[in-house]
Design a protein around this ligand. Structure first.
Ligand SMILES: Nc1nc2c(ncn2[C@@H]2O[C@H](COP(=O)(O)OP(=O)(O)OP(=O)(O)O)[C@@H](O)[C@H]2O)c(=O)[nH]1
Ligand SMILES: [Mg+2]
Length: 338
């Protein structure tokens, strides 16, 4: 995205006001949506604008069905996402796509291949596709991705697909963000073992074995079925279906959409949507508050500065509890994290 309307350090007036951007996004203008997400990516450097934007967007959120798509590198997440977009468009939905790269603090380049794979939708005004870095620090996914999701939600997309590579904690994190989490597997990648390791057996609402055209797809399904059967679930819990797709041809993708609809209905009838969204909001508020606190603490100088307190602890002049108390007291004196 080269169309950032960055404010310069000289404080020159920005070209587009936040209310204009929000209004544009609400009309479904891709350019405004893109600029708001850039604002999220710029994060702490543009806090005032970001706050203004989030305040203006808040009343318009809550409509979108957020679907997380996760799985090991190369299982076919981007190809599946593109096929899902096509299917959802056929059903008349407006669809947003957020491809989050949790391993990189930079967006754009690394996901160039995605732009090719999702190129079919590049000129469709009912589709918005954006790659985003999630930043390797201060909360990762839990900080920036929910805010980008809020932009897409307020922009009126019916479904928002969030693609995240399953590396370590990220599939658990994406599960925290989504209303419905789709875990993708594929034959020939040692996925069975990986699945157990990465804890994805707990997070999936739908399991999709992609590359069904390849040998071994049945085997993966069988293994997965066996492992999921061992999971302890209450009688009224959602039972994650295991589906098979060939994302390249679109085969089986209709069934995935049907399962998404079923899960969405279950979320509503069981009350789980509210439970999940509250948990999501709690984590978001906590992550933001922690970020603000750290920023405040890092800015302190003098007697209660974090470095000075650390020196006191190292030298034995204070114990860590007393130092923590002093830090918190100084935060209060500073008027709290505003
Ligand atoms: N045979 C076969 N190949 C597939 C299928 N779906 C995707 N592929 C291929 O698998 C490769 C990886 O697909 P991607 O969609 O980029 O996978 P990904 O999970 O998004 O990959 P990363 O984002 O790099 O983790 C590409 O070469 C695809 O063409 C399928 O159903 N069958
Ligand atoms: Mg991909």
């Amino acid at each position: 995205m080269t169309e950032h309307d960055r404010t310069t350090s000289g404080g020159r007036r920005r070209q587009v006001s936040v209310p204009d951007l929000v209004a544009g996004a609400r009309r479904g203008e891709a350019r405004s949506v893109g600029r708001l997400i850039s604002l999220v990516e710029d994060g702490v450097r543009r806090t005032a604008e970001l706050r203004e934007a989030m305040a203006a967007l808040a009343p318009h959120t809550g409509h979108a069905h957020v679907v997380g798509i996760t799985g090991a590198p190369g299982v076919g997440k981007s190809t599946s996402t593109s096929a899902l977009v096509a299917e959802l468009r056929r059903a008349g939905q407006r669809v947003g796509v957020l491809a989050v790269d949790p391993s990189s603090p930079f967006s754009g380049g690394a996901l160039l291949g995605d732009r090719v794979r999702m190129g079919d939708h590049a000129t469709d005004p009912g589709v918005y596709i954006r790659s985003m870095a999630s930043r390797g620090h201060l909360g990762g996914l839990s900080w920036s991705t929910p805010q980008a999701l809020r932009v897409l939600d307020a922009a009126g997309f019916d479904t928002v697909l969030v693609e995240t590579v399953g590396v370590g904690q990220s599939e658990v994190e994406v599960a925290g963000l989504a209303d419905t989490t789709v875990v993708l597997l594929a034959p020939g990648m040692g996925d069975g073992i990986q699945a157990a390791k990465a804890g994805i057996l707990e997070v999936g609402d739908l399991y999709v074995v992609n590359k069904a055209d390849r040998d071994g797809a049945h085997q993966v399904r069988r293994e997965l079925r066996g492992m999921l059967a061992l999971a302890d679930r209450p009688a009224d819990a959602w039972r994650p279906p295991i589906l098979a797709t060939t994302a390249q041809t679109g085969e089986g993708v209709g069934e995935v959409v049907a399962a998404l609809v079923e899960h969405r209905e279950w979320l509503d009838s069981s009350g789980q949507r509210a439970v999940r969204r509250r948990r999501r909001a709690r984590e978001e508020v906590e992550a933001l508050a922690m970020t603000e606190l750290r920023r405040t603490w890092a800015g302190f100088s003098g007697a209660a500065g974090l470095d000075d307190l650390a020196d006191d602890v190292v030298a034995g002049r204070r114990d860590p509890y007393a130092a923590a108390d002093a830090l918190l007291a100084a935060t209060d004196d500073a008027g709290g994290p505003s």
